[in-house]
Design a protein around this ligand. Structure first.
Ligand SMILES: Nc1ncnc2c1ncn2[C@@H]1O[C@H](COP(=O)(O)OP(=O)(O)OP(=O)(O)O)[C@@H](O)[C@H]1O
Ligand SMILES: [Mg+2]
Length: 255
């Protein structure tokens, strides 16, 4: 059984940071293959993970649509796409695999290629015990239902009321669209202790469950500024410790 964690939330609230730290924690502490998915078209999860990524699923879609490359007599279209995805898009990293989705499907006659790509990604995903997915800011991808069959959605928020409201809207939309999300939790990021009582009160009113609080971490800022991958953060980093506490709380859900 694959256990899928998706990280959503308002822009700039720490989705990519939390995703990278979770991937790092899982690769060090859990058995089983892990797939990291960058579902944000702005593609920056790979940098936080210290990877070089040359192609995204979106790039393959465009290439296929702009050429007749796939009309090989010896290989089916699906076989060829699968070959490209496994060969050119999936990156084998240290302790996990990585795939970047790239730009989402546009309007027009993309249906068949998209259908094949979805099938290939779904089949690929089945090979993994854990999937950890970074997503685009906001709600658009939820309306597009690109995020499916999620065991845990972690919604990041900072201490602003706007990002708390976005967290609520994301949860409400995911429920109203009947996305297959089993659990929703909020991660308060860059939190200052004195704001916490107010935030907890607000979360209670919104009927949102808090799973963890990540403090402002000077090491995260420094690594980000210097372009150093977050997976190199030392174990004493407060953000690393906070993510470890979050995973501890998730453990009962992981069968
Ligand atoms: N706990 C933290 N302590 C210090 N800095 C942080 C922390 N969390 C995130 N940051 C910084 O905040 C900025 C935004 O974080 P991040 O890129 O993870 O957000 P995001 O939600 O993925 O943004 P986007 O919506 O643009 O994808 C980054 O510069 C990151 O280094
Ligand atoms: Mg991001």
């Amino acid at each position: 059984m694959t256990f899928t964690i998706a990280i959503t939330g308002k822009g700039g609230t720490g989705k990519t940071t939390v995703a990278a730290l979770l991937i790092n924690f899982f690769r060090k502490n859990f058995e089983g293959p892990i797939l990291a998915i960058d579902a944000d078209p702005n593609n920056n999860l790979h940098e936080a993970l210290g990877l070089n990524v040359s192609k995204t699923v979106g790039d393959i879609r465009e290439e296929i649509l702009q050429s007749e490359k796939y009309s090989s007599p010896s290989m089916s279209k699906e076989g060829y796409l699968e070959y490209l995805i496994y060969g050119e898009v999936v990156v084998e990293a240290n302790g996990f695999d990585f795939i970047a989705m790239g730009r989402p499907e546009g309007p027009g006659c993309y249906c068949y290629v998209n259908h094949l790509l979805r099938k290939i990604i779904d089949n690929l995903a089945r090979n993994y015990r854990f999937i950890i997915m970074d997503t685009e800011a906001g709600l658009e991808h939820i309306s597009r239902r690109t995020t499916r069959d999620i065991d845990v959605m972690l919604i990041t928020t900072d201490t602003s009321i706007r990002s708390l409201r976005t967290a609520k809207r994301i949860r409400d939309l995911a429920i109203s669209l009947e996305t297959k999300t089993k659990n929703f939790y909020v991660v308060v990021n860059r939190a200052s202790q004195d704001m916490l009582p107010l935030i907890l009160e607000e979360l209670n009113k919104m009927n949102l469950k808090l799973i963890g609080v990540i403090p402002e971490d000077p090491l995260v800022l420094e690594y980000d500024f210097k372009g150093k991958p977050l997976i190199g953060l030392p174990p004493h980093s407060p953000a690393i410790q906070a993510v470890a506490d979050i995973v501890e709380k998730l453990k009962p859900l992981i069968q």
